[in-house]
Design a protein around this ligand. Structure first.
Ligand SMILES: [Zn+2]
Length: 172
């Protein structure tokens, strides 16, 4: 068990702690069962990922962890271990940046990322699961995929049309 209470919690945010307490236990149990040590940087990284609850870049994670003195190398190493373990999933932003997301309950989903504001929403992954099943039936093994969707979200569209000059609305 990890001795952690709001008062000695390294990230110090009580409301976040109560929200992330249980997922953190799950993550630590996964580390333990894989024979991995539960270290302070590992906990800090997992907590930051749980708080984000969305894909995050290494740079954003590094900023989140500024108070925990987690250097980039440590973050890279931990993420590599977590990804190997399936505790973290890697996905990609439209510019090719690798993003990392906590994966505690193996929920299969994809993302739609707004190209304007970067907002990420989850979408159902049943269509790719179906494709994977078909490929396995065709005799393929170890089938993996990378699927992400990119678009401009309704909010950004509204903002764009609100700031658009009147002249652009008049068709010649
Ligand atoms: Zn947007």
């Amino acid at each position: 068990m990890i001795a952690s209470s709001p008062s000695n919690h390294p990230l110090g945010d009580v409301s976040n702690f109560t929200r992330t307490g249980k997922p953190l236990d799950t993550a630590c149990a996964r580390l333990k069962s894989a024979g991995l040590r539960i270290t302070r940087p590992r906990i800090a990284i997992i907590e930051a990922l749980i708080r984000r609850d969305n894909p995050v870049s290494i740079e954003q994670l590094h900023q989140d962890l500024a108070d925990d003195a987690c250097d980039l190398v440590t973050i890279y190493r931990c993420l590599a271990v977590f990804t190997e373990l399936g505790l973290v999933r890697r996905c990609f932003f439209h510019n090719g940046t690798g993003l990392y997301e906590i994966n505690l309950n193996d929920s299969r989903h994809h993302h739609i990322v707004c190209k304007t504001c970067g907002k990420v929403e989850r979408i159902d992954a049943s269509f790719t699961e179906n494709t994977e099943r078909i490929l396995c039936e065709r005799g393929y093994e170890q089938v993996t995929h990378l699927v992400e969707f990119f678009g401009v979200c309704p909010d950004c569209q509204k903002k764009a049309s609100a700031t658009r000059p009147l002249s652009s609305l008049i068709t010649p």
